[in-house]
Design a protein around this ligand. Sequence first.
Ligand SMILES: NC(=O)C1=CN([C@@H]2O[C@H](COP(=O)(O)OP(=O)(O)OC[C@H]3O[C@@H](n4cnc5c(N)ncnc54)[C@H](O)[C@@H]3O)[C@@H](O)[C@H]2O)C=CC1
Ligand SMILES: N[C@@H](CC=O)C(=O)O
Ligand code: NA
Length: 438
Amino acid sequence: MTTASDTPALNIALLGGGTVGSQVARILTEDAASLTGRIGAELNLTGIFVRNPQATRDFQLPSEYYSDDVDEVMDGADIVVELIGGIEPARELILKAISQGANVVTGNKELLATHGNELYEAAAQAGVQLSFEASVAGAIPILRPLRDSLSGDKITRIMGIVNGTTNYILDQMDSTGASFNDALAEAQRLGYAEADPAADVEGQDAAAKVAILAHLAFHAPFTLDQVYTEGITDVSDLDHKSAAEAGYIIKLLAIAEQLEDPEGVVLRVHPTLLPREHPLASVRGAYNAVFVEAENVDELMFYGPGAGGSATASAVMGDVMSIAKRRLRGGPGRTHTARRELECLDIGESTTRYMVVVRAADASGVLAKVAGTFADHGVSIKSMNQTPDEASSDDEKTALLAFITHRAKESQLAQTLEATKGLDVVNEVLSVMRVEGK
Ligand SMILES: NC(=O)C1=CN([C@@H]2O[C@H](COP(=O)(O)OP(=O)(O)OC[C@H]3O[C@@H](n4cnc5c(N)ncnc54)[C@H](O)[C@@H]3O)[C@@H](O)[C@H]2O)C=CC1
Ligand SMILES: N[C@@H](CC=O)C(=O)O
Ligand code: NA
């Protein structure tokens, strides 16, 4: 790995030349001299594995860089950067790279949250590094701080906006009145969305990210299917309106929290009401932010671009540089294998606040009856707002009652809702949303 000029050199193979891959290719080629100056080694992009070598790309290199022959591209690579996405062939190619002794950088949260352990074990056994800072919250350095800076503290809770696409959509709907579909189309055009944007809007992308965050924070393995997941597709105009009237904004939050009794972790992704003055409420566009609560540090917030080609490429390049430095200096690769078993609990064990909006008869005594069902199940009401109901008629006078509760268990709320639906004065439960923040 030395060039004629005696400057050490590392070969980088890139798999995928899309939104992020093309920006990694740009940085590796356009900034080559500067990168060499920073690290004391040449980072040679030796090839880019793509489906169609003839396609036109955001950033175009000479045609000899592109190949649909993955073996040719990965041959002799010191570092393989996987930016294809999805499970296969990404999984198979990463395992192949590891078996060839190459270090791997990936941004593939879906793969890590489903087959992570297999990959971490394979990398550990081969003594190579597998790095994935870009997989969670795009450009924000969050995985390295969790693994290194905070490893002496006991993390109790992580709460974040970790999907740029949904934050962009909710922000556009809230601030410009854009429709869901227009906002999604724009997020796709800007390179924020996954190849299949259902992963974004249905919450699976955020769920994968929270599984990865929980793995690093709690030193135990978690997978995507253990995360309680609700996306933003069912968030209605009434939800937005009721939230705004009560002084809240809706964000898709990913939460990982450790409980003492029963002992375990709850992982959840769902649309959440936040007070407008909460720091996460001001996270706009495709930006992300991650709140970390730990015993000694109390609270930390990490903030920055959560999606987009060049921002994400910055995180990929950080991993490439870190691996390259370690390669040049020598020393063992880093492993990510879990240290312990920690149960993943049902969301029913989790405690939060709620907003419940019901359509009820507009008559005396109704409020007391509805409030009574909350009290019967130990759910205490913090505030209530009554607004006129457009569906109200002279034959049937109804009103909308929006309750904000104090903290209660999910299971208590579920019982409250059942009882509320059974009341003769209640026509419908129109909206139920979780509320975080003080
Ligand atoms: N776009 C973003 O803002 C972010 C993306 N990521 C992750 O980075 C990875 C790449 O994302 P993007 O660049 O946005 O995706 P993309 O869809 O723009 O690019 C993927 C590239 O891989 C190629 N590809 C797909 N299947 C292939 C196959 N079977 N064989 C060969 N090539 C294949 C596609 O043709 C395309 O060039 C994904 O894992 C994604 O989740 C992570 C953070 C942010
Ligand atoms: N589709 C993802 C891309 C980054 O991980 C998002 O919108 O956050
Ligand atoms: Na990151």
